[in-house]
Write a protein that binds this ligand. Structure first.
Ligand SMILES: *[C@@H]1O[C@H](CO)[C@@H](O)[C@H](O)[C@H]1NC(C)=O
Ligand SMILES: *[C@@H]1O[C@H](CO)[C@@H](O)[C@H](O)[C@H]1NC(C)=O
Ligand SMILES: *[C@@H]1O[C@H](CO)[C@@H](O)[C@H](O)[C@H]1NC(C)=O
Ligand SMILES: *[C@@H]1O[C@H](CO)[C@@H](O)[C@H](O)[C@H]1NC(C)=O
Length: 484
């Protein structure tokens, strides 16, 4: 076409073309998922509930059931949950207690230093319609008490996926946990020896193979992690392990958290872990994770930029073969990263919802980019390998005020005359729901308190010309393109 221009015009045209092309990100959508695509779990996005707070979330927080149900409506599978955290290693099972949990705290916003729980705790967990990972105590070095609790869980819970024996054991020394004090020294090696021993003793007491979610460290691998742990396990210990879990809280500022390239490099540390676990024929999960440790950071975790992180982090984890990601929910009323609370929605829920919508019903996922810039995308394909959806994201930070930048994406290889898309957006990356900054996904929002979907769906239609479609994604936004 350019050869038809006169000399001068041609130069102008080529310069313009170069400018346009350098500013545009082009991805080719294959007719069929590549063989390198990663298999997806039916419900990869899960929720972790802090052990002592679990009964409150289900009995005293109105939105919990609906927030979980909204995700189930997308995938057909209730999101997996995990019950655990620091307070699992402070909890004692009391067979005679008629309470879910018993503890006393100086302020309702404190986590208890010790607590007991009764059989009803497991009754409540058994009512959940999705799978449950139950975190039990190893720190107290009271295996008889843990086996008693594990037996009640195993007997009552048909939804029990796995049991954890201890949470973040690398902190047992600083937490003055009896098991570390009794051992004298507490290192990755002594912890691994302890985990293997407990896996065998608890698994054999339950007469159940493949019942332990092992690992559960937060300190970075390879010092603490599956590679290190697997090397210490004999075949008896391995026979009781269902899967391996690690915890992860990337932290940082909102801008560094949401950056696509940072997400890709943050998660890359788990690649050898996933590979080692896969060699064992087992699954690898992020058993507890969220934006910033310790309940989150006020200036990061409740803001819409953390929703962009939640979404991208989930999809990137799935690409790496991390089967499930359990986003942690801590003390009710003191939890900046929580997806919902008693009175208000959290912006990150919108990212979780968009990620779940992107993967729903999908069989495999593949990344469209190398993770070297703020822009990226994913293709989710169905059982037959046909691409179903493309998620496009622009993780440039837009803090509000001034004009919002945008990134143009051209997708080639599309079929049909039009593509439809739903946008994940908010007034800015700094938007916070309880301060009036409602995000939306496909034009819809979630009601404070109840988590019910509000508003009509908004579909954006984009023309496809010769298999190409042009999509514009604003800074701190994402667009989910539905291909069929
Ligand atoms: C629910 O909240 C009420 C009132 O704050 C409290 O008395 C009760 O113990 C809570 N129940 C649970 C399971 O947290
Ligand atoms: C694995 O180690 C445990 C504890 O040391 C031992 O009881 C068990 O017999 C070992 N299993 C095998 C297959 O060697
Ligand atoms: C949630 O509550 C905040 C303030 O409390 C309000 O500004 C916002 O509009 C509410 N969101 C929805 C979706 O109703
Ligand atoms: C469609 O995209 C391909 C690949 O980027 C490009 O080569 C082709 O010129 C485009 N066609 C149109 C009509 O834009």
């Amino acid at each position: 076409m350019s050869i038809m221009f006169p000399m001068k015009g041609q130069i102008v045209f080529l310069l313009l073309l170069e400018f346009v092309w350098s500013a545009t990100v082009t991805y080719t959508i294959p007719a069929s998922a590549p063989t390198t695509a990663t298999a997806l779990d039916p419900a990869p996005l899960g929720i972790s509930f802090e052990f002592f707070a679990f009964p409150s979330y289900f009995l005293n927080v109105t939105g919990t059931n609906q927030c979980l149900k909204n995700l189930k409506e997308l995938t057909g599978t209730w999101p997996p949950i995990r019950i655990g955290g620091t307070t699992q290693d402070r909890a004692t099972y009391d067979a005679s207690s008629s309470a879910y949990v018993t503890y006393s705290v100086a302020s309702p916003l404190d986590a208890p230093a010790s607590l007991t729980f009764g059989p009803k705790f497991m009754d409540l967990a058994s009512t959940y319609l999705g799978t449950v990972v139950m975190g039990l105590n190893r720190g107290h070095d009271d295996i008889a008490n843990t086996i008693a609790a594990a037996k009640v869980a195993s007997d009552k819970m048909s939804n029990l996926l796995a049991i954890e024996l201890g949470n973040e054991p690398e902190y047992y020394t600083s937490d003055k946990q009896p098991i570390a004090l009794n051992a004298g020294t507490w290192t990755p090696a002594t912890d691994a020896e302890s985990q293997d021993d407990w896996d065998i003793r608890v698994g054999s007491a339950l007469h159940r193979n493949l019942i332990i979610q092992a690992g559960n460290s937060n300190d970075s691998p390879p010092k603490w992690g599956a590679v290190e742990l697997i090397a210490t396990e004999n075949s008896t210990a391995k026979s009781y392990v269902h899967d391996y879990a690690h915890h992860n809280y990337p932290g940082g500022t909102l801008t560094t958290l949401m950056s696509h390239s940072n997400i890709v490099s943050n998660l890359a540390i788990f690649e050898p872990e996933v590979a080692a676990v896969s060699d064992e024929g087992k699954e690898y999960v992020l058993g507890e994770t969220n934006s910033v440790s310790g309940g989150g950071a006020a200036t990061v975790s409740p803001l819409f930029g953390a929703a962009v992180w939640t979404m991208d982090y989930m999809l990137r984890a799935a690409v790496l073969g991390i089967k499930r990601v359990y986003y942690h929910h801590g003390t009710v009323g003191k939890c900046f990263y929580c997806f919902w609370g008693r009175y208000s929605m959290g912006a990150p829920y919108y990212g979780a919802y968009a990620a779940t919508a992107a993967m729903a019903g999908g069989s495999s996922i593949v990344s469209l980019d190398e993770g070297s810039t703020n822009y990226g995308g994913y293709i989710v394909s169905d059982r037959d390998g046909t691409p179903m959806r493309v998620l496009l994201l622009n993780s440039d930070f837009y803090g509000g005020g001034g004009s919002r930048g945008s990134q143009t994406f051209v997708l080639s290889g599309l079929t049909g005359g039009k593509s439809s898309a739903k946008r994940l957006s908010a007034p800015s990356a700094n938007s916070r729901v309880d301060q009036g900054g409602n995000p939306s996904f496909g034009g819809q929002m979630f009601a404070n308190g109840t988590c019910e979907v509000r508003g009509e769906e908004v579909w954006e239609m984009v023309d496809v010309v010769d298999g190409n479609g042009t999509f514009v994604v604003g800074a701190s936004e994402a667009l989910l393109v539905y291909l069929k």
